[in-house]
Design a protein around this ligand. Structure first.
Ligand code: CP3
Length: 351
């Protein structure tokens, strides 16, 4: 069993950085597009054998140090009463904008939320020789989609609702938090060995708004994996927001083992500013760096590796992989990370 990822996620300053990539499974892989010709996204996600196969594809091809379960942050929403279509981004049949809309939602029992996820996790644990990461969307980010109804640049409907109907927003966040706690616990009970909370759109908000509508709910989901909330977590907990360098101090208060940063928030200066409050950092290659010509990925990857020195570092992108990426560029990235010794004196890879 390759436990490099788990050791770094617990704060060990490992000899080399573990590598996995957000959206490592999916549209950039020809073998995924092949399956997508025959099955919809929901069919892939809801059929445990297919979800397990798609999870394994990038691990086989690239030799990643961790697998991330193939699902979406929207996976638990249908069991709450919210139908989601992928076009290819998530679209809500009935967005949640009124008390009557909210009344159509419920908190499902733990084993009702997504039984196919627990089954996929059990299948994967029999196959994998690297750790399996489970994940969920943070309540704030899920609420963003539920209210807006689809992806958007500014999310005006959602940000307006936070001001016009804070009571409704909090009631929705409460339902999402309870559901997410059960969903996260179900994944860990089935065998997920780490858990990443995606708060992709937290960075839209100023710090006060994030502290009101984001942080308290994210904290509850993360704490639920730590037994009664006081003890150490049974699995390392990773948290990511995008475009959120201004929220670093609020993130440092979350019960997490790993904070994932995007490419606009440098690893070295953030590590100094966090001053030991978070055990490990993850990130943060710009996903666009994988779109350059052959040979250019190595230099960009080395810059991130050097900035990650001085404490535990898990190599990743700053956000999800873009579908246009040529798998040869991902191989260049993975080779570079594997060849980079993190001990001082290993000057060759650093030059
Ligand atoms: O490999 C992996 O990382 C695991 C799979 C995974 C998917 N979605 C599969 C997917 C993960 C971790 C997610 C998380 C997710 N989904 C997030 C958080 C991470 C982030 O990017 O901020 C968010 C915001 C979503 C919402 C979502 N789902 C979007 C915006 C889209 C469409 C555009 C896109 O980036 O692909 C989806 C659909 C989706 N989720 C696809 C995949 C492989 C594409 C569906 C298809 O194959 O047509």
């Amino acid at each position: 069993m390759n436990d490099l990822f788990l050791r770094a996620a617990r704060g060990a300053d490992t000899d080399r950085a573990p590598v996995w990539l957000m959206r490592q499974a999916g549209r950039h892989l020809p073998e995924y597009r092949e399956l997508k010709r025959k099955h919809s996204f929901w069919q892939l996600a809801r059929t445990p054998e297919l979800a397990a196969e798609v999870t394994l594809q990038p691990v086989r091809r690239y030799g990643m140090d961790a697998a991330i379960l193939f699902q979406d942050i929207m996976t638990p929403l249908p069991a709450m009463g919210a139908e989601v279509a992928f076009t290819p981004g998530p679209t809500l049949e009935r967005p949640i904008r009124s008390d009557a809309d909210l009344a159509t939602l419920r908190v499902p029992q733990q084993d009702e939320i997504a039984p196919f996820v627990a089954e996929a996790i059990r299948l994967l644990r029999r196959e994998l020789e690297v750790p399996l990461i489970g994940f969920a969307g943070a309540p704030l980010t899920l609420a963003t989609y539920l209210v807006e109804g689809a992806g958007s640049k500014e999310y005006p409907t959602f940000r307006g609702l936070l001001r016009a109907r804070p009571d409704l927003a909090h009631a929705l966040l409460e339902l999402l938090t309870e559901t997410s706690i059960r969903y996260a616990r179900a994944q860990v009970a089935a065998g997920a060995q780490a858990f990443q909370l995606f708060d992709s759109w937290a960075g839209l908000h100023d710090e006060a708004t994030y502290r009101t509508f984001g942080q308290p709910y994210a904290r509850r989901v993360l704490q639920a994996l730590g037994g009664d909330g006081a003890g150490p977590s049974s699995v390392p907990r990773l948290y990511i927001a995008v475009g959120a360098g201004h929220l670093l101090d609020a993130f440092a208060e979350l019960p997490i083992e790993v904070l994932s940063l995007d490419w606009r928030t440098p690893l070295d200066t953030s590590r100094r500013r966090l001053a030991g409050r978070v055990p490990a950092l993850q990130g943060n290659l710009d996903p666009a760096d994988l779109l350059g010509p052959a040979g250019t990925v190595r230099e960009a990857t080395l810059r991130v590796l050097r900035a990650g020195l001085g404490g535990a570092h898990l190599f990743n992108l700053g956000h999800g992989m873009l579908p246009q990426v040529d798998p040869a560029r991902v191989e260049e990235l993975v080779d570079t990370v594997r060849g980079f010794g993190r001990r001082s004196g290993d000057a060759e890879a650093r030059a």
